[in-house]
Design a protein around this ligand. Structure first.
Ligand SMILES: Cc1cc2nc3c(=O)[nH]c(=O)nc-3n(C[C@H](O)[C@H](O)[C@H](O)COP(=O)(O)OP(=O)(O)OC[C@H]3O[C@@H](n4cnc5c(N)ncnc54)[C@H](O)[C@@H]3O)c2cc1C
Length: 384
């Protein structure tokens, strides 16, 4: 697009991950002229949205804002799946296996009952009957959400990006240079500049730069973003080897039945060491694979020796408490800071996009628990 046309946008969204793309979608649907600026490509393999699959579930203990957002978002993911004509959502259900009693399960059950979101509590014999591939102890039980399942992450973001392009939303390539408070005039930013020197003007800016958010918005996010290394393993299985096993969690491990033949996915939700998203070695470790196999031997003994088919290293971009950040930049009134999915943000993409559109159009105000001021410089994870 020639430079002359790079003016006159109502909103420029920086970053085409799940949050940026849904924000762009909702802003476009609100009638605004939107451009998306992306450094590498929508849901590229180094981005946090670039993985194959993400869990969507509504059980969040007492953190009912996420139950509500996940439930609301699910309908939009299903609609996107139908529009794209591709499986973006696999309705496998989500099973959380836990020792009894479990406070998080009890509070999730209370919240989901109140919101009329379906779930069932499965005692050990029922778990064994329905999912014979799992070894289940007599003191254990399951919390099952039949409406949950797997979102095909990269495909979802790229499908929505394609839809936006077809609707005429501008997609610009380039890495936006850090936005500094001093660039503002009377507290507002007139334009962002790419590292290649191009200037892109707009009335408002949404920064949704995932694990790079602290680099693009250093005044808002420096030392408030904790980027951790997360390893993911896929094991080859024969078709049908796990029966009707849904997406499952047995914290800190969680995983997926083989989706579209990719393999049985196992990952550890414990935060790994901090990593630099640009320079980290993205080869998974042998120690990580052995820990996954140890887990398989305990919970899915028949799968413990399955051949490793693939492994990935991704990153969580965590806030101190695990809550998302969706707030006005502290020094620039027309800049919005959106991110910190903290290992659970993907599913909320549609609801985050709606909230961003309400903020940008003045229909809502920044709210707890997403405020930058509530984020600390030390991690103390409060959201599972
Ligand atoms: C292994 C793993 C498992 C996860 N599991 C789940 C799950 O089961 N369920 C769930 O709901 N969530 C899950 N998550 C979390 C979720 O995937 C992330 O929180 C979410 O994808 C983050 O999206 P984002 O848009 O903030 O960031 P990203 O997807 O990283 O997008 C940011 C974009 O900004 C661009 N960008 C950065 N800097 C600039 C710049 N200067 N100029 C222009 N563009 C720039 C980047 O290139 C990138 O494309 C998981 C995450 C990981 C890593």
């Amino acid at each position: 697009m020639p430079a002359a046309q790079r003016k006159g946008f109502d909103v420029v969204v920086i970053g085409a991950g799940v949050f940026g793309i849904w924000a762009a979608f909702k802003l476009h649907m609100a009638g605004l002229r939107v451009a998306v600026v992306e450094a590498v490509g929508a849901a590229h393999s180094g981005a946090s949205s670039g993985g194959e699959s993400r869990v969507t579930r509504c059980g969040y203990g007492e953190k009912d804002i996420y139950s509500e957002w996940a439930w609301r978002s699910l309908g939009e993911w299903q609609a996107l799946s139908a529009r794209a004509g591709l499986p973006i959502f696999h309705p496998t259900g989500v099973l959380w296996v836990h020792a009894q009693p479990n406070e998080l399960v009890q509070s999730s059950a209370r919240v989901l009952s109140r919101m009329n979101i379906p779930f069932s509590l499965l005692p050990a014999p029922e778990l064994r009957r329905r999912f014979p591939v799992m070894r289940v102890g007599s003191e254990e039980a399951g919390f099952f959400e039949p409406a949950g399942g797997a979102l095909m992450a990269r495909r979802a973001v790229q499908s929505l990006a394609a839809e936006l392009r077809a609707k005429g939303v501008a997609f610009l390539s380039g890495a936006v240079a850090p936005i500094r408070q001093e660039q503002g005039r009377q507290g507002a930013l007139a334009a962002v500049t790419t590292k290649g020197g191009e200037r892109i003007e707009a009335e408002q800016f949404v920064c949704a730069c995932g694990p790079w958010l602290d680099r693009v918005c250093p005044d808002a996010m420096a030392k408030r973003l904790f980027v951790t290394r997360q390893e993911v393993f896929y094991f080859s299985l024969e078709d049908g080897a796990t029966g009707g096993l849904p997406v499952w969690a047995d914290l800190p491990f969680y995983g997926f039945p083989s989706l579209e033949g990719r393999g049985f996915k196992v990952a550890n939700d414990t935060h790994g060491p901090q990593m630099d998203p640009d320079t980290a070695d993205r080869r998974a470790s042998t120690a990580g694979e052995l820990a996954a196999r140890d887990f398989l031997a305990r919970r899915f003994p028949s799968l413990a020796k399955a051949p490793l088919s693939q492994a990935e290293v991704c990153q969580y971009e965590n806030s101190s408490d695990g809550h998302l950040v969706i707030d006005r930049h502290p020094g620039l009134d027309n800049v919005w800071v959106v991110g910190c999915g903290s290992g659970h943000g993907f599913k909320h993409g549609p609801a985050v996009g709606s909230h961003v559109a309400e903020l940008v159009t003045g229909k809502a105000k920044p709210r707890e628990p997403f405020l930058i001021a509530t984020k600390q410089r030390q991690q103390d994870r409060a959201v599972q």
